[in-house]
Design a binder for this molecule. Structure first.
Ligand code: ADP
Ligand code: MG
Length: 343
């Protein structure tokens, strides 16, 4: 008698969903990344009950054609890479073709989309178990709306791990903070239970960018930080570093991007800690929003898609550049600036 059998596609997707979809915030991350990959200029995010009841993400990106609509929900289906060579040079945020398949296997999902050159929008709906989806004509402006209802409705064990509405919403906001800082050119609008939480207009100049950082990270941060913009030997560092007096008890206001991707990296953390070493009290954490740009060939950002790790080819060079840039910026902040610097 045989004991081995193939898993049903639904069960295989639900198992894969365990890795991609941990909580509502992970759904928001995947859907926002898809909107950004679709070159959206405006993204609207509506959340109900911490995202447990509803997440709706609408964008004005390139849209999905009728022909591609059901394929978009299939596992390992992507428009972003075709072969191994593409994978090595991938610059989209997604490429594994897992997210929509995973999310649709653990929720009630509706996908509505219209491409630029199409007069008509099209819609598919799935309900966890029912992977066979009917495509219907619909009304929608150019772009895509993903509606995800009742997350984990068919996987009660997973649903039990969800925290309070407030905690889940806090996680969602953090995801949006990270992505909105990496995409100043894109407008974001967030509501929770029908109430506007924030509106971020496209930030195309220095003042508008500082304003966005103020909305996203708090006005206290932007008032108590110094802007930084340094270029040297093909490396550029741009952003804001918090005054040593504006330190935190937790490392919760630290945003570091490498070529537009948020990373958490030991080497980067070490260089920054060193720069603050003499000016920060023990046990306090510095605050910063920093963007490092360098030749993509010198950094591998695809070490792990969810873990924010990177690998620098010339680690020593990067470390020294970060350390010396920040050290100098902090040395230039005279003590009285801490009290008088406002925007
Ligand atoms: P991946 O992003 O890894 O390709 P996903 O499962 O997230 O996989 O999405 C599958 C495909 O659906 C994408 O490759 C893309 O072609 C399409 N897609 C998903 N969301 C959008 C969107 N908001 N706008 C346009 N196309 C989208
Ligand atoms: Mg994706």
């Amino acid at each position: 008698m045989s004991h081995i059998h193939l898993l049903s596609p639904l069960l295989a997707n639900q198992i894969a969903a365990g890795e991609v979809v941990e909580r509502p915030a992970s759904v928001v991350k995947e859907l926002l990344e898809n909107s950004l990959d679709a070159a959206a200029k405006r993204i609207d995010i509506d959340v109900e009950q911490g995202g447990i009841k509803l997440l709706r993400i609408r964008d004005d990106g390139c849209g999905i054609s009728e022909k591609d609509l059901s394929l978009a929900l299939a596992r390992h289906a992507t428009s972003k890479i075709h072969n191994l060579e593409d994978l090595e040079h991938v610059c989209s945020l997604g490429f594994r073709g897992e997210a929509l398949a995973s999310i649709s296997s653990v929720s009630r999902l509706t996908l509505t989309s219209r491409t630029l050159n199409c007069e008509q929008a099209w819609q598919v709906s799935t309900e966890g178990q029912q992977m066979n989806c009917q495509i219907q004509p619909s009304a929608h402006p150019n772009g895509t709306t993903l509606e995800v209802r009742d997350l984990f409705f068919n996987t009660p064990a997973r649903r039990k791990f969800l925290k309070t509405e407030k905690t889940e919403f806090d996680h969602i906001q953090e995801v949006i903070r990270r992505l909105s800082l990496a995409h100043f050119e894109v407008a974001f609008h967030l509501t929770h239970n029908g109430k506007t939480i924030f509106t971020l207009h496209p930030a195309l100049d220095e003042i508008a960018r500082a304003r966005r950082v103020g909305i996203v990270c708090g006005s206290e941060f932007i008032n108590q930080s110094t802007p930084i913009s340094i270029e040297k030997e093909g490396l550029s560092l741009y952003g804001w570093v918090g005054f040593p007096t504006f330190s935190r008890s937790q490392a919760d206001l630290q945003y570091f991007y490498v070529n537009g991707r948020m990373v958490r990296d030991k080497l980067v953390a070490h260089a920054i800690r060193q720069a603050y070493r003499d000016v920060l009290y023990n046990g306090r954490h510095p605050t910063f929003v920093l963007f490092l740009q360098l030749n993509p060939a010198l950094v591998d950002v695809n070490v792990h898609p969810t873990k924010h790790e990177v690998r620098f080819r010339e680690a020593r060079l990067i470390h020294d550049f970060l350390y010396s840039s920040l050290h100098r910026a902090l040395a230039e902040v005279r003590p009285q600036d801490h009290l008088t610097h406002t925007i």
